[in-house]
Design a protein. Structure first.
Length: 277
């Protein structure tokens, strides 16, 4: 562990209880009834929430630096359920790179990630000015034809607010978040909310139910202050089928509405149609 302090070495394990942040979502895979129909034990903890668990120990370690130039490639491999005890193990490769693994209480690995601080300056994406969805817009049903059409013609943009009131957080008790992410202390937005924006714009362009968030690769460019409005723009990369599931791969860029600076780039892979649905 070249360049790692004793504090870093000691921070190789973090435990918490999972929090299903979306039990009443339009994506009913997060509710018990539909999830059990598909053979799960109950409603699935969202992939964006699990991803936030994977980076939590590194935010405690690296602080605001990760919010400004951090990278995370997070993969969900097995379901996690509400209130389930889990452990995140961290392997620090050097002072700027780590891998994390989320292990359920039954010993099954639920997710893993490669996380780093970008050492080289990366040019952020440029705001295109895509048409914003009307507040009354209802997305058409997602299928291969729709994604192919949007890949050619472009997707609608959406606005999302990181604000006071009822902000999306990834642990049941706000006090358990790192100090710099606590909304009541005017904290910065967390990965659960930011990756959530990629989920919401995907679902905003194509109606899916149920669907499953599988993997994101995200690059931070700027910490997002409380009471910031973000504009999300999306591009479709590809649509494909594997083992009976139908997948979509998209890029999402998040921009600060006040100056159109990019705060995060996200590559999202999701199952938009489960086998048998």
């Amino acid at each position: 562990m070249n360049g790692c302090s004793n504090l870093e070495i000691a921070m190789n394990s973090w435990t918490a209880n999972a929090f299903n942040t979306a039990p009443d979502s339009d994506n009913q895979i997060h509710g018990d009834e539909l999830a059990k129909e598909y053979g799960f034990e109950g409603g699935l903890v969202p992939g964006v929430t699990i991803s936030a668990y994977l980076v939590h120990p590194l935010i405690e370690l690296w602080g605001k630096k990760w919010l400004e130039k951090g990278f995370a490639n997070c993969r969900i491999t097995s379901p996690l359920y509400d209130e389930e005890l889990f452990e995140v193990k961290t392997d620090l490769l050097d002072q700027n790179k780590a891998t994390t693994t989320l292990i359920r209480s039954n010993g099954i690995v639920s997710a893993n990630a490669e996380i780093s601080l970008s050492e080289d300056k990366i040019e952020p994406p440029i705001y295109r000015g895509d048409s914003l969805a009307d507040v009354n817009f209802k997305a058409p049903k997602a299928d291969k034809e729709l994604w192919n059409k949007l890949q050619t013609e472009g997707c609608l943009a959406f606005k999302f607010d990181w604000k006071e009131g009822d902000p999306l957080i990834y642990l049941r008790n706000e006090e358990d978040l790192p100090n710099l992410l606590q909304p009541n202390k005017e904290g910065y937005s967390n990965l659960c909310f930011l990756l959530g924006c990629s989920n919401w714009i995907l679902a905003g362009n194509g109606h899916m139910n149920p669907w499953v968030h599988l993997q994101t690769a995200s690059q931070n460019f700027k910490a997002v202050n409380l009471n910031t409005t973000l504009i999300a723009e999306m591009s479709i990369n590809k649509v494909f089928e594997k083992k009976g599931h139908e997948f979509v791969d998209v890029d999402v860029n998040l921009f600060d509405e006040s100056n159109y600076a990019c705060v995060m780039n996200i590559n999202l892979v999701a199952i938009y149609k489960l086998r048998g649905s």
